[in-house]
Write a protein that binds this ligand. Structure first.
Ligand SMILES: [Zn+2]
Length: 457
């Protein structure tokens, strides 16, 4: 009896200890953990590529962050006289980075006033907000990419770039919050490379093809005409473009380090005799899903990529990705289109392909041809994961979009001098050289009316 009692006692002491230990670690999981860092000056743009990196040390957290516990919120306070000069990224200890905000706030917006970024930011997307930015916003990148099972203990960096000269600023503080359920609205459908059994076959055949479209939402909200005598943007029509993948499978391209100047094999850093950068041959990976839910793929040649060093870019761009045009339409009787004249045309612009946001059923960002896209109507919603602009692999997941804001370098058409005010069309054409395999090539042209008011009366 005594013997049994002692054993029981020992056992209960042991379980008490276990309980206490698990209580401690649950405390760690249940309670938000905060890490703060004081401010730093943000240097003004001086024509060269430069990043101000502000470190923050994280310690004492569980050895893994994921969808159950991870980075939930990033807050900062910045005094800056023109927030659209700024590109702000967060770099984690394993080298993964996301965009928090990139050149938002239009031309005159000032200050990030205690601005927080989280997956379900109450005030909506930062790119749709107005400066001064105050409160909680959804960032320009996906925070879930950082909760990727990495060890969060180590040094994180806030990377700040001022990309236009003339206005200065200062970061007053920034902090990180780690807590339970950090990506509450990521709501992915479950279909992934790891779980192909949850993916669905397309209506026809087995190939999971992407379907790229330009979302009207972004361009409608970010387009601006400048007069010919504007100091900064003479005669420009600046516009945002966001390209979504509403298809059955991811848009994915990759390279095998085959760099060329015309037909000559070169090093990736070579500047070719024509002054252009060396190009890497790219392949598009097309996934297929068999009847027994196995994923396979075929690779086909597609556009090239190269290192783009324009301010704010400094990453790899896929060539010939989009083209925009300003078109004058001459109409005959009954309003019929008699003649279309292209007044201005961009070059075939290159983009970095990555998931800068994901379509949600509860906002109208991914509304296209009167359908709102999201987890509810995209069979393989979430398939893919493309977090950055590396040379080796880029892409756009199913139900994700890739945004180039109005204030980014290169996002404009030059309106020719002497162009008259009046009604025109803007055309945005995706994949103008027809090099990408897609489910539907007929929806690659977005066309909308515009009235010019700042040109010749
Ligand atoms: Zn870029």
């Amino acid at each position: 009896m005594t013997y049994r009692f002692t054993q029981l006692q020992a056992f209960s002491r042991f379980s008490l200890l276990l309980f206490f230990l698990s209580f401690l670690s649950n405390q760690n999981l249940l309670h938000a953990q905060y890490f703060n860092t004081p401010g730093a000056k943000i240097r003004d743009f001086e024509g060269v590529f430069r990043i101000d990196s502000i470190p923050i040390t994280v310690s004492g957290l569980p050895l893994k962050i994921d969808s159950s516990f991870g980075l939930a919120k990033v807050c900062l306070n910045i005094d800056h006289l023109r927030t659209s000069d700024l590109k702000i990224e967060l770099l984690s200890p394993d080298g993964t980075s996301i965009w928090l905000t990139n050149r938002n706030g239009s031309e005159t917006g000032q200050n990030y006033m205690n601005t927080c970024f989280r997956s379900n930011g109450f005030n909506g997307y930062i790119h749709s907000g107005k400066a001064p930015f105050a409160g909680e916003f959804i960032p320009d990148g996906r925070m879930s990419f950082l909760n990727n099972s990495q060890n969060p203990n180590g040094i994180w960096y806030l990377l700040v770039q001022d990309l236009a000269a003339g206005k200065k600023g200062v970061l007053n503080y920034f902090n990180l919050e780690f807590s339970a359920n950090p990506n509450p609205n990521s709501g992915l459908g479950g279909c992934s490379f790891e779980s192909p059994e949850l993916c669905r076959m397309p209506e026809k055949g087995t190939a999971l093809l992407p379907d790229l479209v330009t979302l009207p939402f972004f361009t409608d909200n970010q387009i601006k005409e400048y007069p010919q005598d504007d100091q900064n943007y003479p005669g420009q029509l600046k516009l945002a473009i966001s390209i979504a993948n509403l298809g059955d499978g991811p848009m994915e391209v990759f390279g095998l380090h085959e760099w060329r100047c015309a037909d000559t094999i070169v090093d990736s850093t070579t500047v070719c005799p024509d002054g252009k950068k060396a190009r890497q041959i790219l392949y598009q990976r097309i996934y297929s899903l068999s009847e027994n839910k196995k994923l396979s793929y075929t690779d086909v040649p597609t556009n090239s990529n190269y290192y783009d060093d324009k301010p704010g870019h400094n990453h790899y761009h896929v060539d010939d990705w989009v083209e925009f045009r300003l078109v004058k339409v001459k109409r005959g009787r009954k309003g019929r289109v008699k003649h279309k004249e292209v007044i201005a045309q961009s070059s075939k612009i290159s983009y970095c392909l990555f998931d800068s946001g994901i379509c949600n059923d509860n906002d109208n960002i991914c509304r296209f041809e009167n359908i709102n896209y999201g987890a509810g109507n995209l069979a393989n919603y979430g398939l893919g994961a493309y977090s950055s602009c590396h040379s080796s692999k880029q892409g756009i997941s199913v139900g994700a979009y890739d945004t180039y804001g109005m204030m980014y370098e290169g996002q404009f058409l030059t309106i020719p001098k002497g162009t008259r005010n009046g009604d025109y069309l803007v055309e945005v054409e995706l994949d103008p050289l027809n090099k990408v395999a897609e489910k539907n090539k007929a929806n690659n042209l977005l066309s909308f009316p515009i009235t010019l008011r700042k040109q010749v009366p």
